[in-house]
Design a protein around this ligand. Structure first.
Ligand code: UFG
Length: 339
């Protein structure tokens, strides 16, 4: 049974929600994070939500000496690997920074795991590995190809883990391909806290709702979709976090490597999200149509069948819950974590 889990990048958006779910399932959590895109106060908030302790260590997963010390200190049963840079646009400007950090961290982690006989890993991958999909919904057998360095780091990390799994006796891995995680914990204590002006749709809408930004720029209304705006599979971050627990149960009982989509199977357009947000929060979201954003695709949504069949997981929260919880987080934390 998995009793103690090392969570890399555990102070981040998805990592913090996953730490909460782990602790609430009575799993001990060792969280490591270099706080390059997250805040120390997240750790206290996780503790106040759950009423449980977790061990936190500030370190970069690429630092083999420091990471090795963590494996020396604790009896780790499995790892959930979130740590990594994640801004698509920045990855195009600074590809080497992305390859160096995101690939080195995966390799260093697997080396430390091997040294300490830890052979179970859940990896935070992304639907970005499907590139421009030929058909939707996308299932796990769809072609993979990426359109930016961030995506390639996910693609290559997946390959590294697959190869490690073949070479390591009794190894088991799940590569979770997330669609578009949004929303926040219902407590309003943890949520998404982007640096500067948000790139992603929901954090941007939240800042328009808060009056920090004047209007939403809708990138393109001439896509081949019902209303012309881009369609995505938005998934509540709490549902996503729960998917990691199901993945842990699976790798505890099974060997080998599997990739699994985490999505709802439903696609919503940008304007659907704007409407849902307005309804859920009772706030008008002004928007203007802008040209398409470079690199965006028209439509992306998951075939989530494998997650249900293999892991017994499916998303339970709807778009209204996602918008309402994101708004609640924004209202309770106008400046994010602010420290
Ligand atoms: N959008 C706008 N205005 C904005 C921001 C976004 O109209 O200010 C639109 C986009 O054009 C797209 C949709 O909203 O149609 C969603 O955009 P996001 O930036 O929120 O999300 P993406 O689908 O572009 O990317 C997300 C993650 C990536 C991940 C990818 C996986 O940010 O890390 O999903 O499919 F790789």
């Amino acid at each position: 049974m998995v009793k103690t889990v090392l969570v890399t990048g555990g102070a981040g958006f998805i990592g913090s929600h996953t730490c909460v779910e782990l602790l609430e399932s009575n799993i001990s959590v060792i969280c490591v994070d270099d706080l390059s895109n997250s805040k120390q106060s997240v750790v206290d908030r996780i503790k106040s939500i759950t009423g449980k302790e977790l061990s936190f260590h500030k370190l970069n997963v690429c630092d083999e000496t420091q990471l090795d010390r963590i494996f020396e200190m604790y009896d780790i049963d499995a790892v959930i690997h979130f740590a990594g840079y994640k801004a698509v646009g920045q990855s195009v400007e600074k590809p080497l920074m992305y390859y160096q950090n995101n690939l080195n961290s995966t390799i260093t982690l697997l080396k430390c795991m091997a040294k300490h006989n830890v052979n179970r890993i859940v990896f935070s991958s992304s639907a970005t590995v499907y590139g421009v999909p030929k058909v939707v919904p996308m299932n796990e057998t769809a072609d993979t190809w990426c359109t930016n360095p961030y995506g390639w780091t996910k693609y290559m990390s997946e390959q590294i883990i697959k190869d490690w799994c073949v070479a390591t006796p009794n190894a088991s891995a799940i590569l979770l391909r997330y669609f578009n995680p949004i929303g926040a914990h219902f407590s309003g204590l943890i949520g998404e806290d982007p640096n500067g002006i948000p790139n992603n749709l929901l954090p941007y809408i939240c800042q328009v709702a808060a009056g920090k930004l004047e209007y939403l720029r809708v990138f393109g209304d001439d896509y081949d979709t019902a209303d012309g705006t881009g369609v995505r599979d938005y998934i509540h971050v709490v549902d996503l976090a729960k998917g990691h627990l199901k993945a842990l149960e699976y790798i505890d009982a099974n060997k080998g490597c599997q990739c699994v989509n985490l999505g709802t199977g439903k696609g919503y357009s940008v304007l659907d999200v704007v409407k849902a947000y307005q309804t859920a929060c009772g706030i008008d979201i002004p928007y203007r149509i802008y040209p398409r954003r470079s690199g965006d695709i028209a439509t992306s949504y998951a075939d989530p069948k494998k997650a249900y069949e293999l892991l017994g997981w499916k998303a339970e929260r709807d778009l209204n819950d996602m918008c309402a919880s994101a708004y609640n987080w924004q209202k309770m934390n106008p400046n994010g974590y602010g420290d």
